[in-house]
Design a protein around this ligand. Structure first.
Ligand code: UD1
Ligand code: CA
Length: 450
C-alpha cells in the first residue's frame, strides 16, 4: 500500500513563549519536526506534506533540508486540525493510497507503531492512534464500543463520564486519501473552541457506516511538547533512551547521565566515553576510541583507537584517523588528522590537514583567518612542529620538516627542512639582578610615601 504523510506543523505553540515556531525547537539538537519526519520515513511515503503556518518559511526550510521532496502546504489561519489537513489536499492531488496524519510536536513516535497502524488500516476504513494516559488531563478521549471507536470527544466538550475515560487521542490517524478528504469536508466547527477538529472525522465515519478502530501505543511515544518544561522533559527522555541503547550496543559510558547525545550520534562498540562529554549533531565514532572527560564534539568523525581530550573541542569537518591523539584544550575545525598524528596540548588546528605520525607541539596555532577569508594549512607526514608555532595560512610544511619553537611560519617549508623565524636571543650578564634591585627600591619608596 502506498502512503503519504501529512505532518501538522502550523500551530504557534503559544505556551512555548518563543519567537521560534514550536516544531523547530530541538530535542537532542534536532528540531522536533525532523524527529517526526524521521519516524514517518519508515513508511517510505510516496509524498510528504508539511502543513505550515506560524514561521512557515523557517519551518519549510528545515523540512526541505531533511527531505528535499517534502511538499509544503500553508495554512494561513489556524482554524483547527481538520482544517490543517484540508490544506494538504492540493499537494495530494492524484495521490491514491493511505494518508497518515502526524503532528510535528510529537517527536517520539516509534516505527513499529506506524507499521501497526498501516496493518490495522488494511482491515478498517479509519484508524486512530490512542494511548492509555497516566494523567489524561486535557487530551481528547476515545469513546470505544468493543473494537469499534465511536467518537473522540475533546476535553473541553466532554461530560464528566467521558472525562473519566483514560484511553486518549494522540491525534494521529491513518485513512484512505479520498475517504479522509470526504470526511474532512463534513467537519464543522460547532464546539467549545470554534475550531475544525480532526478527531470529528471519527463520528462522521461511523455515521456513514465506515469501520473505525484505534491502535494503542505507550504514552511516551505520543508525548506532545507544548511548553519549555515539556521540551526539557522530552529531551531527558530522549537522552536516557539513547544512552541505554549505547550501553546495550557495547559502548562504555562511565557516567551515563552526564553524557549529552545528539539524535544522530553514532558510537562504535568498545569505545569509552568519560564523564561530561557533549555531542552536537553529526558525530560518528568508530570502535575502540576513547573520548575523555569534558570534551565537546560536533560534525566530526573519530576513528578506531583515537584518544580525544580531556577538554578537547572537535568542530565540524574534523576527521581523526586511527590512533590519533587530540589532547587537552585543543580545538580542531575542518581538519584532517592522519593516522598516528598527535595534537596534544593547547592548539587550534583549523582548515588544515596533518600528515601521518606528525607531532604538533603545544600552543601551535593555524592562523587560518586574515579577517576576510579563510586559508588552508597543509602539514606533511612525520613533521615535528615546535611548541608555539604560528602557521600563517595559506602555508605548507613538507614531509619530515621541523619548525623551531616560537616560529612564525609565513612561507612554505620544503620537506626535511627546519624553519626558524624568531629573533635572536641575547643574554645580559647581571642585568636581572640589577633590575630586581631597582624595582624593589621603587616599591619601598612608594610604600613609605603612602
Ligand atoms: C489535539 C487533539 C486531541 C489530542 C491531542 C494530542 C484536536 C482537536 N485535538 O489537541 O484530541 O488528544 O492533540 O496531543 O485535534 N495544528 C495546525 N493547524 C491548526 C491547529 C493545529 O497545524 O489549525 C497543528 C499544531 O501545530 C500541532 C497539532 O496540529 O502540531 C496539534 O494541535 P494542538 O493545538 O496542539 O492540538 P491539541 O489541543 O493538543
Ligand atoms: Ca498539542
Amino acid at each position: 500500500m502506498t502512503t503519504a504523510l501529512v505532518i501538522l506543523a502550523a500551530g504557534k505553540g503559544t505556551r512555548m513563549n518563543s519567537d521560534t515556531p514550536k516544531v523547530l525547537h530541538p530535542i537532542a539538537q534536532t528540531p522536533m519536526l525532523v524527529h517526526t519526519m524521521r519516524a514517518g520515513a519508515v513508511l517510505s511515503p510516496a509524498r510528504t506534506v508539511i502543513v505550515t503556518g506560524h514561521g512557515s518559511e523557517a519551518v519549510a526550510k528545515v523540512a526541505q533540508v531533511e527531505d528535499e521532496n517534502a511538499q509544503i502546504a500553508v495554512q494561513d489561519e489556524q482554524l483547527g486540525t481538520a482544517h490543517a489537513v484540508a490544506q494538504a489536499r492540493d499537494a495530494l492531488n492524484g495521490f491514491e493510497g493511505d494518508v497518515v496524519v502526524l503532528y510535528g510536536d510529537t517527536p517520539f513516535l516509534q516505527p513499529e507503531t506506524l507499521e501497526k497502524m498501516i496493518e490495522v488500516r488494511a482491515k478498517n476504513d479509519l484508524v486512530i492512534l490512542g494511548f492509555e494516559a497516566a494523567d489524561p488531563a486535557r487530551y481528547g478521549r476515545l469513546v470505544m464500543n468493543g473494537e469499534n471507536l465511536e467518537r473522540i470527544v475533546e476535553y473541553k466538550d466532554a461530560s464528566d463520564e467521558e472525562r473519566a475515560i483514560t484511553l486518549c487521542n494522540s491525534g494521529l490517524l491513518a485513512c484512505d486519501a479520498q475517504t479522509l478528504f470526504a470526511l474532512i469536508d463534513a467537519v464543522g466547527n460547532d464546539n467549545a473552541s470554534g475550531e475544525y477538529y480532526l478527531p470529528d472525522v471519527v463520528e462522521i465515519a461511523r455515521n456513514r457506516g465506515l469501520s473505525v478502530t484505534a491502535v494503542a501505543c505507550d504514552e511516551a511515544q505520543t508525548l506532545g511538547v507544548n511548553s519549555r518544561a515539556d521540551l526539557a522533559a522530552a529531551d531527558t527522555i530522549f537522552q536516557s533512551r539513547a544512552r541505554a541503547e549505547l550501553l546495550n550496543s557495547g559502548v562504555t559510558l562511565m557516567a551515563p547521565e552526564t553524557v549529552y547525545l545528539a539524535a544522530d550520534t553514532v558510537i562504535g562498540r568498545d569505545t569509552v566515553i568519560e564523564p561530561n562529554v557533549v555531542f552536537g549533531p553529526g558525530v560518528t565514532i568508530e570502535s575502540g576510541a576513547t573520548i575523555r572527560a569534558f570534551s565537546h564534539l560536533e560534525g566530526c568523525h573519530v576513528s578506531r583507537g583515537a584518544v580525544v581530550g580531556p577538554y578537547a573541542r572537535l568542530r565540524p569537518g574534523t576527521e581523526l584517523a586511527e590512533n590519533t591523539r587530540i589532547g587537552n584544550f585543543v580545538e580542531t575545525k575542518n581538519a584532517q588528522i592522519a593516522e598516528g598524528a598527535k595534537v596534544n596540548h593547547l592548539s587550534y588546528i583549523g582548515d588544515a590537514s596533518v600528515g601521518a605520525a606528525t607531532n604538533i607541539g603545544a600552543g601551535t596555532i593555524t592562523c587560518n583567518y586574515d579577517g576576510v577569508m579563510k586559508h588552508q594549512t597543509t602539514i606533511g607526514e612525520n613533521v615535528f612542529v615546535g611548541s608555539n608555532t604560528m602557521l600563517v595560512a595559506p602555508v605548507s610544511l613538507g614531509d619530515g620538516a621541523m619548525t623551531a619553537t616560537g616560529t612564525v611560519v609565513t612561507r612554505d617549508v620544503e620537506p626535511d627542512a627546519l624553519a626558524v623565524a624568531r629573533s635572536k636571543q641575547e643574554n645580559k650578564p647581571g642585568y636581572a639582578r640589577k633590575l630586581f634591585e631597582m624595582l624593589m627600591a621603587k616599591k619601598a619608596r612608594r610604600n613609605k610615601g603612602a
